[in-house]
Design a protein around this ligand. Sequence first.
Ligand code: AMP
Length: 275
Amino acid sequence: MRIFREPAKLQRWAKMRRLAGAKIALVPTMGYLHEGHLSLIARAKAAGAEEIVVSVFVNPVQFGPGEDYEKYPRDEKADLAKCRAAGATAVFFPTPQNMYREGHSVYVVEEDLSRGLCGARRPGHFRGVATVVAKLFNLVRPDVAVFGQKDYQQAQIIRRMVRDLNFDIKIIVAPIVRESSGLARSSRNTYLSETERLRAVAISRALASVAAGRSVAAERRRIVRMLEQAALKVDYVEMVDAETLRPVKKLAKGVAVLLAVYDGKTRLIDNRVLH
Ligand code: AMP
């Protein structure tokens, strides 16, 4: 497994592999890898990729002031071991300085899907995400890139960016990997105390209880109540069209239920698409 820290070196190697005919997959992450991330690597392998590049970068541009950029968990050694065991062929560990050189002034802004939901609560977040993913796409020029449904809005924005900016990359969105309690795996779960972890179980329970056919307003109120009864502070609960992310009137197939809550100081997101 190769380890790159310099963008230019990664780019050179990826170009060489591409010219040699290798099918390349990219799995962008912020590290502190867990089963959710590893499932993306497995998905890349299943897609027939010969080179699987995992990027590990806590991207400062996607964090707002007062968010957890500094305290975001990092463990380079463990991440390397996990990547190797999962079958990654290259890992990219850039520094903020070599990703954003002095005077960096170009950003990618998606102007529709990123307006609501997490975009409304975390101004600039998706600008940071789209920018770093576009940079990674240009460095690696992968055939496929794998994202998780855990970050539903993010995955939709990336798909839109690929469509609108003509990236020749197939986007795969892999299902949410959960702990046995139902809690969606997340690097941020490490912030949770035992009590908070127990409360967080209400999130997946609430999502699982949503049923098609009911009224959106009543169902939304019921979900909010379930979360609040578990002592979670609701940031948002929204029922939207799974493609356009616009609010819907009826709960039916093709509706995504997206939510964000605070469990103590930790912000957790989760979602479910009704089938
Ligand atoms: P992160 O390191 O949290 O930025 O996540 C990197 C990628 O892994 C994103 O595409 C996430 O959607 C995906 N991911 C994170 N957690 C999970 C999970 N529990 N199941 C599936 N994919 C996940």
